[in-house]
Design a protein around this ligand. Structure first.
Ligand SMILES: Cc1cn([C@H]2C[C@H](O)[C@@H](COP(=O)(O)OP(=O)(O)O[C@H]3O[C@@H](C)C(=O)[C@@H](O)[C@H]3O)O2)c(=O)[nH]c1=O
Length: 187
């Protein structure tokens, strides 16, 4: 489903203000001071970027336990369809997913709290996706869910034959396997 402002999920869309002049524009993408000012104690410890060609699908990924990550995601180049899947048992939206277009032209950023699996597909010729994480990479804590599990019903906006995934993602467990042994609970 598309992201709505009132979903009780903790997902947030941020649209940094672009200050335009004859040279182009300037934008602040993240500010600790601004986050503090609106009572949002979020902090990030790692910045990632990945470059992909059209049809590449990365996800759906998460890290478990203490290694769980919140992420702030944007497309610095190109257009991606971003997907978040609620993994939190007890959440009113457990097992549901949201899709949002992230485009370099618009500059929207998506905040994804801990407890979601995350993935995206590239809909432009190329895309540079940049994201901040609030916990470091922990390969031993990695988890994934099969992006094409029919139980999830995700519309990835491209026919499957045009989609490229890593071997790891092709082998990802289905939703039923996650649901049999879930790792996130909403208090
Ligand atoms: C995620 C990550 C990967 N790597 C390395 C491991 C591997 O050799 C190479 C590629 O890793 P992956 O195939 O896991 O990369 P990728 O499939 O792009 O994984 C990412 O997908 C998106 C959707 C996310 O949300 C991220 O959190 C992350 O899981 O980069 C790091 O060194 N640090 C990192 O933080």
């Amino acid at each position: 489903m598309p992201l709505a402002a009132n979903v009780p999920s903790g997902l947030r869309l941020l649209e940094p203000r672009r200050f335009g002049d004859e040279r182009g524009w300037f934008a602040e993408l993240w500010s600790d001071a601004r986050a503090d000012a609106c009572g949002w104690p979020q902090r990030f410890v790692q910045d990632n970027e990945s470059f992909s060609r059209r049809g590449v699908l990365r996800g759906l990924h998460f890290q478990k336990g203490e290694a769980a990550q919140a992420k702030l995601v944007r497309a610095a180049v190109g257009d991606v369809l971003d997907v978040c899947l609620d993994l939190r048992v007890g959440s009113p939206t457990y097992g549901q997913h949201w899709t949002v277009m992230l485009s370099a032209d618009v500059g929207r950023q998506l905040f994804i709290p801990k407890g979601f699996a995350h993935g995206f597909i590239v809909l432009s010729d190329v895309a540079l996706v940049c994201y901040k994480c609030d916990a470091p990479y922990a390969p031993e804590a990695e988890g994934s869910v099969n992006a094409f599990d029919p139980a999830l019903g995700i519309d990835w906006a491209l026919p499957q034959e045009f989609i490229m995934r890593s071997d790891k993602d092709i082998a990802a467990p289905d939703w039923a396997a996650y649901a049999a042994d879930p790792v996130f609970r909403l208090e």
